[in-house]
Structures are given as structure tokens and as C-alpha cells.
Ligand binder design. Sequence first.
Ligand SMILES: *Cc1c(COP(=O)(O)O)cnc(C)c1O
Length: 385
Amino acid sequence: MKFSTRAIHIGEEPDFREGSSGDVVIPIHLSTTFARKDVEVPTGGYEYSRTGNPTRFAFEKKIASLENGKFGLAFSSGMAAESTVAFSLLKSGDHIIAFDDLYGGTKRLFNKVLNNFNIEVSYVDLTNPSNLEAAIKPNTRMVWIETPTNPLMKLCDISEISRIAKKYSLIVVVDNTFMTPYFQKPLDLGADVVVHSCTKYISGHSDVVAGAVVVNDEEIRKKIRFNQNAIGAVPSPFDCYLLIRGLKTLHVRMERHEYNAKMIASFLSSHPKVEKVLYPGLESHPQHDLAKKQMSGFGGMISFYLKADANGVKRFLSNLNIFLLAESLGGVESLINNPSKMTHASIPEEERKKIGITDNLIRISVGIEDVEDLISDLDNALKSL
Ligand SMILES: *Cc1c(COP(=O)(O)O)cnc(C)c1O
């Protein structure tokens, strides 16, 4: 079955056994515990809902299938998924090599939490994969990447990084939140672990906080699965239902996010009040060739630099009517964000400037509204500059 057919059917095969209702949509199993007939064996396969829940299992099956992976695991947030991966696959004394342009929350987890457990991190510019080999130490266990990154849209070559990592038996983790499996399949490119903030495109409607992990290797699955239950950061059955509902339209939404993003990127590129646009789908993007090679589309996230000072940026943002000024991304509604003041405000100003997160940088999460309305909203706000 192809992607869209799997998105709709996997994990929700109707139950035709005697006495079952044949639901087309998996029910929300709210029960926290499951009765059994035999003291030794759980009759229906379930014991306690943190350990296993039928609605959650349906979501885990669906997301695994869409990532072309064998096993899916659901968590109560993207950060819960990331922490459980780290605590399952690393131990005190280990070293991680991380892409230097990672989601802020991931850096916080590494620097302020894992750090207390004597797990060391080096941030390396992995846009050039040969920098990976140079950073490997005897205690390096893991490579952690995100591509394209937020908000600077830098890419790294998943196949090449995985090839080098394999020589040294390093586990490669890819945060696939931005592209989703619809546009990028890290496991097919050689990665070992995919993590998601399902709060974004996977749920797609800005109404669930959740995370997921997908892997192929049985040993890796066993370790993460053990801690999914032992640490216990699992999503509720209702959230799992919303995630399943979200996944069913992922392909349709991603197509539209991308269509709108391409039109907007091209509009902004030719606008005199815009200094520069960062979108992997533009030929001007320094890694456009890599984007074409490892992604089947360019996604719905765009960053751009306005020709304006801090006051101009404020004026531009306050003149928008459709774009909502908010953090987060990946929902059906278009969101706009000024990273230096919002999502990336916790990075010290000096460092921010050095990497390119200046006050005139704007990030947009392009929604699936009518693209002409979105462009005229931007055009109108740009006139205020
Ligand atoms: C939002 C986000 C996360 C964290 O996920 P939560 O669901 O907010 O915990 C991790 N990685 C990326 C790329 C994100 O955008």
C-alpha cells in the first residue's frame, strides 16, 4: 500500500469477530485497567494503560508504517520522546555529537538535564558531514540531527552522516518534525531512530501536545519500550485518537502547506522590502540540491530577513490580519514568529547574532488557508514598512 492508503487504514482494521461492532474508526479506550480470565495471562493482551492501550497501539502502528519503520512508540510530548530515547540508549560517561543548529528545547535537555547525568555533548556544524568524523571520541555513542533546522533552514545529509556513523557504531537520531514522513524518511536513508514532536504537523490542528519515536532495530525498540513504561510519559487515549485523526489527512495537508509555502517564498523573494528568504525549495538556498536529493518536497516552513529595524519589524507584525503571531508550527492556520524575541529569545544575543538569528529574522509556518489571502496579508503588512 502507498502512503496515503496506509495513513488511512493501518492500525484501524475493523474487528469482525463475533460480538464486535466493526468500528471503522478505532474507539477511544479510556479504561486504565483490563480484566482477565486467567491469573497468569492477560486475556485481551492488555494489563494497565500506561503499559499498553489499544488506541495508543493503533497510533503507534500507523506512524511506524508511515515512516517505513517496524516499531512506533508514542509519548506525551516531543520532549518526552527525546528524553526517553536519550535515557534508554545512553549511560553516564557517554558522548553525543549534535548538529549545532537544533531545536532550543533539545539543547536545553542536553545542556541542563543530561549534563547532570554525566552525558557530554559537542555541537558540530554537520552541514559538512566530514566534520562528524573529526568530532568522534572514544566515548561517542550517538549523533543527533534535525534537518532542515529551525529557524535557519540548514540541512544535513542523512545518508552520508549515517554511513560515517555506522563505521563507528554510533546511533543516529533524526528529529523529523519539520518534514514529516510525507516528505522525508530518515530510516530509509540509514538513520536508526526517528523522533517527532507530534504537536506540530502530525496532529496538524494545534490541539495536541504529543511525541513519537520510530525505529527498525528490535534491540533499540526493547530499550525504549521498557522506559516508555518505566518512565511513563505516555499520551492519553484521547490524544492518541486526535493523532490518528491527524495522520489520516497528513498527505493532503502537507501537499497544501508546501504549495502555499512555494508561492509565498517566491512572492517574498521578489519583494523589495525583503532582504533574503530561507526556503529549501528555492534555487537560491545553498543546499537546494541536497534538499532535492533527500526530501520528496520542501515543506511549509519559511524564514526571511526583513529590510527593517526592530520598530519596523513590530509594525510589520502588528499589521497582519490572517497570520497569527504565535510560537509553534505545523497547524492548519498560518503562524508568524520573530525568533529573536520569541522562540529563540533564550539564546544570548551575541550568539544569536553570530549564527544569523538577528532581530529582522521572521519565521512563518504556512497554513492551508487560501494562498491569495495569505499573500495579500503579507503584502499589506509589508506596505507599512
Ligand atoms: C516542538 C519541537 C520539539 C518539542 O516537542 P514538544 O511536543 O513541544 O515537546 C522538538 N523538536 C522540534 C523540531 C520541534 O519543533
